[in-house]
Design a protein around this ligand. Structure first.
Ligand code: HEC
Length: 80
């Protein structure tokens, strides 16, 4: 990937990663439940990187950015 694009998130890639590695413990309802715990973008970033450990994946920064972007766009809708 071009370095000038490194900061750009790839939402489709994020979605693919979540569907592949993140459905063992919770489905996507956890992201949209009424009492969800995540309240802002920073919290979402923390939770995603925290959840990579039990999910047994080693994602790089770009992967995490893509997943955060996907989850935010699809479920959380936090302002940037
Ligand atoms: C080993 C089990 C496990 C796996 C695998 C897992 N999670 Fe989680 N996740 C949890 C638990 C436990 C919670 C907390 C649920 C609660 O608070 O009731 C959680 C909560 C979350 C939340 C916050 C939901 C909210 O309340 O707003 C996000 C976002 C999340 N996980 C993302 C991910 C992502 C991305 C992956 C894939 C890397 C993943 N999880 C894989 C166990 C897991």
């Amino acid at each position: 990937m071009l370095s000038s694009m490194a900061a750009q998130a790839d939402v489709a890639h994020g979605k693919a990663l979540v569907e592949k590695s993140c459905t063992a413990c919770h489905t996507s309802t956890v992201y949209s439940r009424s009492d969800r715990r995540i309240k802002n973008l920073i919290g979402l970033q923390r939770q995603v990187s925290g959840c990579t450990r039990p999910a047994k994946v080693s994602w790089n920064k770009q992967d995490i950015t893509d997943v955060v972007e996907y989850l935010n766009k699809e479920f959380y809708h936090f302002k940037k």
